[in-house]
Design a binder for this molecule. Structure first.
Ligand code: AHR
Length: 502
């Protein structure tokens, strides 16, 4: 039995948990859009072809903002292909995913879907094969109320109200050699700066995200971030981070420690941003938009890449990662890392939402179901309210091959002064041994344990599938008990737990 100790004090705050931390991402990729959120022939489809069963699950997931339309896809995308009468929209080659894009869904349709879902739109412009002009055009089409060529075109296309998109990404993963239009940091920094300044002529209040690194490894020494921020610091509000984690060569101990890598990534990007801030004698804080994060078995779940140009499919099954209990535990731990850095990470997007490395899966003409990762996201989005707290954690440690020495138990807490509710999120990274944790809650005053849920399974590789859609879900943890200002709770091996007090 591992023993760990946690102290919670509502006065030790890190920062307010921004609701945008519970964002997600929908890319025109595989079955994310077509046969995912949109399937006109499906029994639950509404009059516009959106699956109501998927909408219900997206709402239950508690997704606050959704990044769209890519991803790698955006670097070859012409946004105007996706507006106006459907029968006139062109089919195009999508070079990112070797697929045919039908353009049945574009900006207006996606924004309409988001209004049904109740989430905010975060839009990425193409700075791979396009530039300032096209970014200004899509901004005019989306946000100008009326009286200009493109805003009037939006109205003529059936959307009288502007979409009023507040958050804009200046391209996607421009540091990646796989990206269409990839160049040097200097080239991207110059284009991003010009685009940001031009967009802010239209609306100085836009929130702009400049591309940081595509992974923690690519951020080594922060040279991309530094070059990009030196050229754009005054013109943008966020720098992006992307990170995906997977077990390598059966090394689950390192995989279970992935959040330690995310912690370091965030802290190193924040340090680079603060260095540029100091150099410029700026008073502005650069925030982080962690706008792609997840577990993704990149080697196993990619899908077939079609090479013959006459053979490219529409909405193929790509990146359809089935998630296990262990994946969900790592995933829940990544959420803990994001909350722990609530002072710097004020926006995040789980990549992605439906079918493509997603918490929600669908079958054409059939059901939609929750993957294991759905559960930590939904519970964290629901319960993590108010301020993120700096907790004091004493836990045994272990040394992982890839991420060094990490604690066996990891934890974060949030406290909402308005309702008095406190939420504690915990993981046990040990593959064999149960952990018992004592949580000192005396500083919270008179509280009771309201609920405790744990996600675990005798088989850490168990998953939810089309055949067994509800095999894995969180269950009430009966061990949670409060006595003399101390909560004790047992955490099974490879488990994620959410506990509420109030
Ligand atoms: O989310 C899948 C892909 O991962 C995105 O298109 C890209 O931005 C990242 O490399």
């Amino acid at each position: 039995m591992t023993r760990a100790h946690l102290t919670i004090d509502p006065y030790f705050t890190v920062g307010t948990v921004n609701r945008r931390l519970f964002g997600s991402f929908v890319e025109h990729l595989g079955r994310g859009v077509y046969d995912g959120i949109y399937e006109p022939g499906h029994p639950t489809a509404d009059e516009n072809g959106y699956r109501e069963d998927v909408i219900a699950l997206v709402r239950e997931l508690g997704v606050t903002a959704i990044r769209y339309p890519g991803g790698n896809f955006v670097s070859g995308y012409r946004w105007e292909d996706g507006i106006g009468p459907r029968e006139q929209r062109p089919r195009r080659l999508d070079l990112a995913w070797h697929s045919i894009e039908t353009n049945e869904i574009g900006l207006d349709e996606f924004a309409a879907w988001l209004r049904k879902v109740g989430s905010e739109l975060m839009y990425a412009v193409n700075l791979g094969t396009r530039g300032v002009h096209e970014a200004l055009d899509v901004l005019e089409y989306a946000n100008v109320p009326s009286g200009t060529r493109l805003s009037d075109l939006r109205i003529a296309n059936g959307t009288p109200e502007p979409h009023d998109i507040r958050m804009w990404c200046l391209g996607n993963e421009m540091d990646g050699p796989w990206q269409l239009g990839h160049g040097t940091a200097e080239e991207y920094a110059s284009l991003a700066g010009k685009t940001a300044r031009a967009m802010r002529q239209v609306d100085p209040g836009l929130e702009l995200v400049v591309c940081g690194s595509s992974s923690a490894q690519m951020a080594t020494f922060g040279s991309w971030e530094r070059t990009v921020l030196e050229a754009t610091y005054d013109d943008v509000d966020y720098i992006s981070c992307h990170a995906y984690y997977e077990p390598k060569d059966g090394d689950y101990a390192s995989f279970l420690a992935s959040a330690a890598n995310m912690d370091r990534f965030i802290e190193s990007v924040a340090a680079t941003a603060d260095h540029v801030k100091a150099e410029r004698r700026s008073t502005k804080t650069m925030y982080i938009s962690f706008d792609e994060w997840n577990v993704w078995y990149q080697s196993r779940y990619r899908g077939e890449r079609h090479t013959r140009i006459d053979d490219w499919p529409i909405a193929p099954r790509l990146l359809e990662n089935t998630y296990s209990v262990m994946d969900a535990v790592v995933f829940g731990n990544l959420l803990i890392s994001l909350i722990r850095h609530a002072d710097r990470v004020t926006s995040a997007s789980l990549a992605q939402l439906v079918n493509v490395i997603a918490p929600i899966m669908t079958e054409p003409g059939g059901p939609a179901w929750r993957q294991t990762t759905f559960h930590p996201f939904a519970l964290t989005s629901r319960l993590a309210r108010g301020e993120a707290l700096e907790v004091k954690l004493d836990s045994p440690t272990y040394t992982s091959a890839r991420h060094g020495e990490v604690t066996v138990v990891d934890a974060v807490a949030t406290h909402d002064a308005g309702s008095g509710a406190t939420a504690v999120f915990l993981v046990n990274r040990d593959e064999e041994t149960e952990a018992e944790i004592e949580i000192d809650v005396r500083m919270l005053g008179e509280v009771a344990v309201r609920a405790a849920w744990t996600l675990s399974d005798k088989d850490p590789h168990a998953a939810n599938t089309l055949e067994q859609q509800d095999r894995v879900r969180p269950v009430a943890n009966p061990t949670a008990a409060l006595s003399d200002g101390t909560v004790t709770v047992s955490l099974p091996p490879v488990s994620w737990t959410a506990l509420t007090l109030g």
